[in-house]
Design a protein around this ligand. Structure first.
Ligand SMILES: [Ca+2]
Ligand SMILES: [Ca+2]
Length: 183
């Protein structure tokens, strides 16, 4: 019983973090695109990074569809500000050993929403989704994300945590009574 609780409890702590997109973990200006899923960025802190878009694959140089995918990404992000949701698990590609930052880039859509560039490129048919090991699940992406969730808000994340905790306590009580009956 205790083992069960101690296994689940740490998971509950991260639930508020994995349930929401986090555009704005790193921001910068796009200086060039490489292909449909990779680009160069000058971060706000002055550092240059190569960004590999998370959980997607686009055609590379020499492959069919390369020029179209690169042009589509260019029109979406070149010279614009991007708000990155960086992979919290590994940050870098090749499970933390590579040189490219793995992230989902977002751009301004309007005053209340960001546009998920990965999802927009996917819907345009310029790349395919592939669920690599990282913090992201590509099949749950939304095309637009509210701007105000860049930093998890105190009331909502605490509220969600309390709801999950209440459900767990309820389950534990139910389990205890249920197992008590079987004794
Ligand atoms: Ca993240
Ligand atoms: Ca993934």
């Amino acid at each position: 019983m205790k083992i069960c609780f101690f296994l689940i409890f740490p998971l509950l702590l991260v639930v508020p973090n994995i349930a929401f997109a986090h555009p704005g973990e790193m921001n910068g200006t796009v200086t060039a695109t490489v292909d449909g899923d990779t680009f160069h960025m000058l971060a706000v802190n002055g550092t240059r990074y190569t960004i590999r878009m998370a959980d997607v694959n686009a055609s590379e140089l020499g492959q069919i569809g390369y020029a179209e995918a690169k042009a589509a990404l260019d029109s979406m992000i070149y010279a614009k500000t991007v708000y990155l949701d960086v992979d919290d698990l590994y940050i870098w590609d090749n499970r933390g050993t590579g040189s490219r930052v793995v992230a989902i880039p977002y751009v301004d859509y309007n005053s209340t929403y960001f546009l998920n560039v990965n999802e927009a490129m996917f819907l345009g048919g310029f790349l395919e989704k592939k669920d690599y090991p990282n913090e992201f699940s590509p099949y749950s992406w939304r095309l637009y994300e509210p701007r105000d969730q860049g930093v998890p808000e105190f009331p909502s994340s605490i509220f969600m945590f309390l709801v999950v905790l209440a459900l767990l306590v309820g389950a534990v009580i139910f389990w205890k009574r249920h197992s008590g009956n079987q004794d």
